[in-house]
Design a protein around this ligand. Structure first.
Ligand SMILES: C[S@@+](CC[C@H](N)C(=O)[O-])C[C@H]1O[C@@H](n2cnc3c(N)ncnc32)[C@H](O)[C@@H]1O
Length: 105
């Protein structure tokens, strides 16, 4: 029998990228000169952590995540350079002038 938690995770797409693939994606998308990175649906922060490893001192990561418990994990994994927005990416995007602001998404 399916649990409520399983249904909730399925509805929000709560299935995450494995660490080796997150590192591969970060290597592909985040260059040494990347300054601002956006993770629009951060999950538990695997991709944020992989991107953070590649970024220089002045770089920033903005991560948006709908689920509050998962957003807290992203705060812990992203480090000081990461701003975590707990909420709906589409609301956040339409309320911010973010177009063209990011070197990698
Ligand atoms: C398939 S997971 C991917 C997580 C992460 N990017 C990764 O690759 O491991 C999708 C995540 O997006 C979140 N999510 C779903 N709809 C969202 C929305 N409208 N705004 C922000 N986050 C959302 C879910 O809670 C879930 O953590």
């Amino acid at each position: 029998m399916k649990s409520f938690e399983n249904d909730r995770n399925k509805l929000r797409g709560g299935y995450y990228t494995p660490a080796p693939i997150a590192r591969f994606l970060a290597q592909w998308a985040v260059g040494q000169d990347s300054l601002h990175v956006l993770e629009p649906s951060a999950g538990d922060g695997e991709i944020v952590a992989a991107a953070a490893e590649r970024l220089g001192y002045n770089a920033t990561i903005t991560a948006v995540e709908l689920d509050g418990d998962e957003a807290k994990k992203v705060v812990a994994r992203g480090g000081k350079r990461t701003t975590v927005v707990e909420g709906d990416f589409f609301n956040w995007f339409s309320g911010n002038s973010s177009d063209g602001m990011y070197d990698a998404v």
